[in-house]
Write a protein that binds this ligand. Structure first.
Ligand SMILES: [Zn+2]
Length: 76
């Protein structure tokens, strides 16, 4: 009987270990590009920060999207 209990505990421990390792590797994969790799700019309309490469630039002003560029020029 005690053998079965030991087996269950060992199985649970192995499962917990595998799950922990998997979670750690997932965290690593989800990590974005290292900070400072690209300049961050601020949307002039909503103030959100985004990489310069993903921003819409207009007259040296940065926007998170073309929609916000339009909204900034013509506020409703
Ligand atoms: Zn915006």
């Amino acid at each position: 009987m005690s053998k079965i209990v030991l087996l269950v505990i060992a199985f649970a421990a192995a499962l917990w270990l595998v799950r922990g390792l998997r979670k750690r590797s997932n965290d690593k994969a989800a990590t974005p590009a290292p900070p400072g790799a690209e300049d961050m700019v601020r949307c002039m309309h909503c103030g959100v920060h985004l990489p310069r490469g993903e921003s819409v630039v207009s007259e040296q002003q940065y926007f998170c999207s073309a929609q916000h560029q339009r909204d900034f020029r013509q506020p409703r």
